[in-house]
Design a protein around this ligand. Sequence first.
Ligand code: ATP
Ligand code: MG
Length: 404
Amino acid sequence: MIGAIVSEDQDFHQTLDRMLGDGAGRFRFEARIGEPFTQISDTHLDALRAVDPDVIVVDLEADPQVGIKFAQYLMEAGLARAVVAAGPTDSPDLILQAMQAGVTEYLPKPLADTKVRESMDRVWRKTGKRTSQDPAEGDKGRTYCVFSAKGGSGSTTFAVNLAVELHRLTRKKTLLIDFDLELGETALLLGMEPKFSIADLIRNFHRVDAGLLASYIERDDSGIELLSAPIQPVDFESVDGERIAKILQFLKEHYEYIVIDAPKTLNTVTLSAFEGSDEVFILTTPDLPSIRNVSRCLPLLKGVEGHREEDWIKLVINRFSPRQLIPISEIEKTLGMKVYSTLRNDYQSTIDAINEGRPVVFDRNSIYGQDVRRLASEVTGVEVAPKKDGGLLGSLFSRKSSTS
Ligand SMILES: Nc1ncnc2c1ncn2[C@@H]1O[C@H](COP(=O)(O)OP(=O)(O)OP(=O)(O)O)[C@@H](O)[C@H]1O
Ligand SMILES: [Mg+2]
């Protein structure tokens, strides 16, 4: 189990290390924040994200009220699967508040060896052991393909943010695959510069094993892994659909969620991606050219082998606005299918995210981010905690500035 500690008190860090460091490496603290809550910044949070901890231990003692809000934020933002709070023994109110904030366990201070171990054991049992090994047999990666029939509809932005959000909500091993062999941009949106790409995997698939696969895949700070598009465009005509199908099958053995950013062209690669997916999100913007293109692609999509259920194709309206010229009912009538979900028009936060190489869903104020989160929650069945006004960091910083 991978842990993180948030405490101003150095003794607290050392005590936990001593109590849980059993030498067997079963428990490792890989991130530490020693600053007061009011000085915790995005950089600290990014460091937590990079470690992707199973549990974060938050020492409330120095500032219990802000500490509780911080613990709540950690849970809501999906920064850990469990948060354990530590604080004074003699404060039933505080314990109650901590529990209401969603903390998994409360440790009375000073820490007692047995209590700490028992509580971590409970966390371990509740959250389940997560390892870098493959999912159990039969537990094949659920695969979502994101497709849009017209350039610039927002499929790459959605694929990236969906993958990040699936992982954040479930903490499951998630792979994003950029199948746009000509002009893939997922790495750009994540601010990554991968050395290898899906082209290497396609080329060397005959000798691929888990080790070689790992070398082609890069892990992003958000916790998801990326199989990126090649920097030099690959001629998709030379790629054999059967090989793509085999690659997908192989990857499903290694991941619990796979999100594919499909190219716009209906080539062999795209069709194999459809065939290998459990669900396809077809994105359209609410304008005639885009809707018309969807209607042209739908018959082909519906004819994809291996899929009998109608609802495997999910129509998503991107850049949605309640005042849009073509209402949802009209789109549904034209395409003969229900709209599964809408993603609101949010130019500023999507463009800021591209420029910063940081997924939009990390911007808690983005309405687009909120919509992706809602959709991911529906897909996974994991509930999203309601957003508090201003967000925790906002309140921490306003508190900081008012005290400084
Ligand atoms: N909901 C939204 N609101 C406003 N702008 C958006 C939204 N979704 C995406 N965009 C913007 O639209 C542009 C195109 O997005 P994106 O690259 O994701 O589309 P695409 O379908 O992958 O395009 P391509 O045809 O290049 O593959 C980007 O500038 C992105 O920031
Ligand atoms: Mg794209």
